[in-house]
Structure formats: C-alpha cells, structure tokens
Design a protein around this ligand. Structure first.
Ligand code: ATP
Ligand code: MG
Length: 335
C-alpha cells in the first residue's frame, strides 16, 4: 500500500543525525509500527522526485541483514523514508548505555555487516558509504541489520550540498579524495568494531562525549571527491584546539589523541588517519588472535591490500562467528 504522511502518527523521537531525524511512528490504517526518517532537502522539485524514484530501489533490497524498506514520499519540504523499526536501536546507543560490547557479540556484528555489504554489492552494486555504529541496528529478536546505505546518488549529492559534514569513519583513501569502493566500507567497519569492543571511539582518549569526534560537523565536505584536498585551509586558520576549559574544548570539538596527550582538531584527526598507523584492538592479547587479525585486515591503509566484504566472510574470525552459539536475543534482553 501507498504510504501517506497523514496516516503516520508520531510516537517517539528516536534520534537525529546529520542528514535528518528519525521518529517511531504508527501507520494508523494498519497499526504497523515503523521508523520514519525525515530528511530536509533543499532541491528543485525535479531533483526531489528523482530522489524518491531512486529510493524506491530499496524495495528490492531484501536481506535479513538489511533494514526493510516500507516506502518513501515527499512531504514538503522534507523527504520521508519509512523503514522497519528496530526496537533496540543502534549500536552506538547500546554501547553508550551498557559499555564495551562483548567480543563474541562484536563478531556477530562483523558477520552481519559483511553479509549485508556483500548482499548490497553483489545483488545491487550498491556501496554503503556510511558504515558506523549508529547505522547498525538491533532488535529484541536478536537480529542485527544495517541501514542508511547510499542508494540514491541524487540524495547523496543533495545532502552534500546542504549539509557539510565529515565522518571520522572515513578511510584514508576517501579522505584523500579517492572514489568510494566497497573497501572503504570495510575500513569503516574496522573502526566501528574497535569502537564497540572498547566502548569508545578509537581516536579519542576518554569515553566522555565531549571528546568524541565521531559525529563531527565540519566546514569541509569530503563527501565530494577531492574537495578535502582542494579545500584544506592553510595550517593555522583551522579550528585547531588547545585544551583550556572543558567548555572551550567542546566548542572547538577538541579531542585528545589516544596515548599521545596531544589535542587535535578535526583536520588534524583526518591527517592523522591518513599519515599514522591505523588503530588496533588493544590492549594486545586481550582479544583473540583471529579478532585482532580481522580488525587489522579491515584497517589496512592501502585499499589495494584491503580485502572485500565477500572475501572477509572467509576470515577465520568470521568463520568462528558463523558457528558460534552466542545468543544475541538473550544479550539484547539485558538492556
Ligand atoms: P548520521 O546522520 O550522521 O548518519 P545517525 O545515523 O545517528 O547519524 P540518523 O540516521 O538520523 O542519524 O538516525 C538517528 C537515530 O535514530 C539513530 O542513531 C538510531 O538510534 C535511530 N534509528 C534510525 N533508524 C532507526 C530504525 N529503523 N529503528 C530504530 N531506530 C532507528
Ligand atoms: Mg543513520
């Protein structure tokens, strides 16, 4: 059936991100509970219609590792995307609530994300482009699914035009302006897995929110190939940070680099991702060799050497995850 905004009753705010906000809604004619994502798009009517057409490809994306799509429509000036509601929310919310996530569960997350990415790419030639804990969702049946993948080129462009943001889950080659490939998603997966297993964003020293750069909104738009390389302001005019009061720190989005005792701006962080060794599952020896090796292979800085999601499904840690008897449903019932 055709979804109409009038038929959707708001139940609860689920959160807001860079591109929009998400609400839990009830489709009153059927009683069905859904998640409605509202994206404010400043684009011409023709472009908006094109975006809706492109989003409809999601109707064909059917996998147990992908959020089901219920429909998309224009509700001026917004675009609404209705999808399966996941009652345990996203993994960032979960670890911020319960702390570091058990590595067995993290293994199941890795397996689900790789399956989802492989499905999207093999069946639809879609690259996700935004793998991070807030785009991996969990429900009380113990299912883990990915959402917010880049189906609509027009939507990606429009968001890049209206909103200038950057993600610190971005691979070194993307930061340097190269095209997205499935391997960029693998990098983002590696960063996300460390974040879940450690209970904090890998590039920040503490787990406190104000030193978390994972949601940084900057003035550059690396979402567009090459723009970062072209748009880098000269050193010194950046919003670099010297830690003063906590308030100052927050305002300028300062972050302390793990172990270094040095405070970084977003651009310094991006430079760090490009120039320094990739983060790892630490402390060494805390996690299995297979888990360490998996994360290391996701975080190979050279995209030529980095494996594809399909190939990584054969990694020993993932093979273990496939036969693991860990009960995600029982785990999800604890929060
Ligand atoms: P960004 O905009 O940078 O991608 P984000 O993923 O946090 O960040 P949104 O995609 O707008 O932002 O989502 C906001 C929040 O809504 C998410 O963090 C998640 O907790 C929640 N959410 C999104 N989709 C669903 C869903 N299908 N079911 C339940 N909760 C959801
Ligand atoms: Mg999201």
């Amino acid at each position: 059936i055709e979804l109409r905004n009038e038929d959707l009753k708001d139940l609860q705010e689920l959160g807001a991100g860079n591109g929009g906000s998400v609400k839990k809604v009830e489709h009153t004619p059927t009683g069905m509970i859904m998640a409605k994502k509202i994206v404010l798009i400043d684009a011409k009517p023709a472009v908006r219609k094109q975006i809706i057409r492109e989003l409809l490809i999601m109707h064909d994306c059917k996998s147990k590792y992908i959020i089901s799509f219920w429909g998309a429509f224009l509700a001026d000036p917004n675009i609404c995307i209705c999808m399966e509601f996941m009652d345990k929310g996203s993994l960032d919310g979960i670890y911020k609530k319960i702390g570091a996530i058990d590595i067995e569960i993290v293994g199941q997350v890795a397996l689900a994300v790789l399956e989802g990415l492989t499905y999207l790419y093999d069946k639809h030639r879609i690259i996700h482009r935004d793998i991070k804990p807030s785009n991996v969702l969990c429900n009380s049946q113990g299912q883990i699914k990915i959402c917010d993948f880049g189906v609509s080129g027009e939507l990606i462009n429009s968001i890049a035009d209206t909103f200038v943001g950057t993600s610190t889950y971005m691979s070194p080659e993307r930061i340097q302006g190269a095209q997205y490939t499935v391997k960029s998603d693998v990098w983002s997966l590696g960063i996300s897995l460390i974040e879940l297993a450690l209970g904090r964003f890998p590039f920040s020293e503490s787990s406190s929110d104000d030193s978390d750069l994972s949601d940084f909104e900057g003035t550059l738009s690396p979402a567009r190939p090459g723009s970062l390389a072209l748009g880098l302001p000269p050193l010194g005019s950046r919003n670099s940070v010297t830690a003063k009061s906590k308030k100052d720190k927050r305002k300028s989005k300062g972050v302390s680099l793990q172990g270094g005792g040095m405070t970084m701006s977003i651009l310094e962080l991006l430079q760090h991702i490009v120039n320094e060794a990739a983060p790892r599952l630490t402390p060494e020896g805390k996690f299995s060799r297979e888990a360490e090796d998996f994360v290391d292979s996701c975080l190979l800085k050279d995209p030529e050497q980095r494996r594809t999601p399909q190939d990584l499904l054969k990694h020993p840690w993932i093979e273990q995850a496939k036969i693991s008897d860990v009960d995600i449903q029982a785990w999800a019932s604890t929060f």
